[in-house]
Design a protein around this ligand. Structure first.
Ligand SMILES: C[S@@+](CC[C@H](N)C(=O)[O-])C[C@H]1O[C@@H](n2cnc3c(N)ncnc32)[C@H](O)[C@@H]1O
Length: 204
């Protein structure tokens, strides 16, 4: 039995984890599928203690899943002190990247989770700075946010176009689609949420 599956709350029709005190602010379907996927992915590849770096930690609830449930390592970055991040700073400030590099001390980041500033330029800047550190998976959250013009989804599509132009299969794109709800528990939208990019090493 998957550790994640046994610890998720019972499925509900609202489909959101937002009102569970120990859960991150995600769609229930998306969050369960995402955790089950990475749990299986790392187990299949024999990566016993992957390191996750999360940019934008919100209420800091993802750490619980990675560290306490899955036994992974986790470093959270956020610019707001009350979030209690492991590294506090604006993700776009090179000083924040340097703090992360010092903490890593040469260790690879197995999964980079980008969930900070939800704009085209915000996510692009985070991707440019931090993606070179990622070894196995890059996750971009909220790849469509319909209430903004300047969306994370635009950047996601740009990444796919770039991959198509390169004409080499060095990465695989996966999108988890579900219902997304806000704090009033009403279903607000149905659409893409988490985008995963699986990185493959190319043999020459
Ligand atoms: C949507 S929340 C993250 C939710 C969290 N990943 C989760 O799953 O529960 C976005 C977070 O990004 C942080 N943030 C926004 N812009 C940032 C920036 N430029 N640098 C660092 N953190 C940022 C905010 O303070 C907030 O905590």
């Amino acid at each position: 039995m998957s550790k994640v599956r046994s610890l998720m709350p019972a499925w509900n029709h609202v489909g959101s984890t937002i009102n569970y005190p120990t859960m991150p602010s995600q769609s229930m379907g998306e969050w369960q599928a995402y955790l089950e996927f990475i749990e299986t992915y790392f187990r299949n590849r024999g990566i016993k203690k992957p390191l996750i770096v999360e940019i934008g930690i919100g209420r800091g609830r993802q750490k619980l899943f990675y560290e306490d449930i899955l036994g992974y390592d986790h470093i959270g970055i956020d610019h707001k002190r009350p979030r209690k991040p492991d590294i506090r700073g604006n993700s776009r400030d090179p000083a924040t990247l340097n703090k992360l590099k010092n903490k890593l001390n040469g260790r690879e980041v197995n999964l980079l989770y980008i969930d900070g500033r939800h704009t085209y330029s915000g996510v692009k800047a985070d991707y440019k700075l931090y993606s070179p550190l990622a070894k196995n998976i890059i996750v971009i959250h909220d790849i469509v946010f319909k209430d903004h013009e300047d969306t994370v989804g635009e950047f996601w599509e740009e990444l796919i176009c770039q991959a198509k132009k390169r004409k080499i299969q060095d990465r695989t794109f996966i999108v988890l689609i579900g219902f997304y709800t806000k704090r009033d528990k009403k279903v607000k939208s149905f659409g893409p949420g988490v985008g995963l990019i699986l990185l493959e090493e190319m043999s020459s």
